[in-house]
Design a protein around this ligand. Structure first.
Ligand code: EPU
Length: 425
């Protein structure tokens, strides 16, 4: 199995280009199921998760052509309406086909995802939402089946917690429902705005973009269209933190700084200098007059957008292990998202956890020291990469297939910034 080897201690410098967002590409590919025809999506990142999603689309009867970052999906034919356990267990986002399949064909069957490395992650909000639009949902042999005999009918749906994929699933289902659907306490992540823009380009009628109350006025038919995936804000944040952790200076291009309000504020608080325009960011690191890296201890609490993203929690924790003081990291979205703590401690980090909180005592000048570690999930893996880049000596990360799910050309991009990083068998 492949491993990632890092010889740390090199400040990252230069320029790096951001790819399209994984968590926007997956719902936008799912949305193509709503209308027969050939849809065009630009800026689609070539990731393990996008390839898995395309495999699922093929199983449903669709065909595609994926050249460069442009994806043409032909959804004229759908002759199957099931997402199997084999696919769903490797990628929970497969659940996103439920809403569009139900709306277009009247039936959908998807394996229950089960728990994963970051928590239980149920899909009860999705199911409750479909039921409120009139679908009959049943759970049997590990699968959820949703069916409707005479079309979905709009209703008011309230989520207890703003859920990203439940909001997306309901938006897609409601687009073809009879009458109006109001989604209350909807998630407001930028990926949802990207999906709403795509649905509108397909002929949907939706009010309330970027707000927690979204109204969908159902239409009879949608049409194939051409759309663009937004830049990946989590990839952007990961590289900003990586540059900062190594005491480097870099320009990140093709990104959307306005999608990262909480991270940018926290990085400034931690002492970094940031400048931005509409699509690029420049970061430089705080140093003492003798040239020592001086990262300020800074607390974070993860929250739904526009709060601090849970998908950048592990990476910020890696940064805080290098600060000059104590910081507290609260994880409020997922119940088990501290799997990286034990691995970061193998590099010498001082972190204690208590329930949803992690207490980090920064190592300051002493820094981290490279060690063999194991990746446990996508974002935990990227925190290990950051720690390995900042640590002195060699870090070897195993189980790197997690990283390949969500970071396009990670090794090439980091090498371009001067990192000593490579894959080994
Ligand atoms: N929740 C429920 N029931 C539901 C749905 C959600 O209780 O039916 C709970 C979850 O357990 C969690 C909270 O609601 O405590 C919020 O979860 P959400 O549903 O928003 O997460 P998700 O839609 O499954 C997406 C991203 C995740 C990201 C979260 C939070 C995609 C494909 N995935 O997941 O991305 O962490 O939102 O922002 O968009 C990643 O990219 O590494 C990743 C895990």
């Amino acid at each position: 199995m492949e491993k990632l080897v890092i010889e740390g201690g090199v400040p990252l410098r230069g320029e790096l280009k951001i790819s399209g967002a994984k968590n926007a590409a997956l719902p936008l590919i799912a949305a193509t199921l709503l209308a027969p025809g050939t849809h065009v999506l630009h800026n689609v990142p070539n990731l393990r998760d996008t390839r898995t999603f395309l495999k699922l689309m093929e199983e449903l009867g669709c065909s595609y052509d994926y050249t460069g970052t442009t994806l043409n999906v032909d959804t004229t034919t759908i002759n199957h309406s099931e997402a199997s356990y084999d696919l769903v267990k490797t990628m929970r986002a497969s659940v996103l086909v439920l809403g569009p399949l139900l709306a277009r064909t009247g039936a959908a069957k998807v394996s229950l995802p089960g728990g994963c490395a970051i928590g239980a992650r149920p899909i009860d909000f999705h199911i409750k939402g479909f039921e409120q639009l009139g679908a009959v949902c049943t759970l049997e042999s590990g699968y959820v089946t949703a069916a409707i005999s005479d079309g979905l009918v709009g209703n008011t749906v309230y989520f207890d917690i703003p859920s990203v994929t439940a909001t997306e699933n309901l938006l897609m289902a409601a687009a073809l429902a009879k009458g109006d659907t109001v989604i209350k306490n909807a998630a407001r992540e930028p990926e949802i705005g990207n999906l709403i823009d795509m649905l509108i380009s397909m002929g949907a009628e939706i009010d309330g973009r970027d707000s927690d109350t979204i109204t969908v006025h159902g239409v009879k038919q949608l049409y194939a269209a051409e759309n663009r995936i937004i830049p990946d804000r989590i990839e952007t944040g990961t590289y900003l933190i990586a540059v900062g952790a190594t005491g480097g200076e870099a320009t990140i291009t093709d990104c959307c700084p306005s999608h990262l309000p909480a991270l940018l504020e926290k990085l400034r608080k931690a002492g970094f200098t940031l400048s931005e325009d509409e699509s690029s960011l420049h970061i430089s690191s705080p140093r003492s007059t003798e040239g020592r890296l001086l990262i300020q201890n800074t607390d974070i609490t993860t929250r739904p957008y526009p709060g601090y993203p849970t998908d950048l929690q592990a990476q910020f924790m890696a940064l805080m292990t290098l600060s000059g003081g104590a910081s507290i990291i609260h994880e409020t979205i997922f119940e088990n998202r501290f799997m990286h703590v034990a691995e970061l401690c193998r590099l010498g980090a001082d972190i204690k956890t208590d329930g949803k909180s992690a207490f980090v005592t920064g190592k300051g000048e002493a820094g981290l020291v490279g060690a063999p570690v194991m990746a446990t999930d996508l974002r935990a893996s990227s925190s290990l990469v950051i720690a390995g880049l900042a640590a002195s000596g060699k870090t070897v990360i195993s189980r790197i297939y997690h990283l390949e799910r969500g970071y396009e050309n990670l090794v090439e991009k980091l090498t371009g910034l001067g990192a000593r990083i490579w894959k080994e068998r």
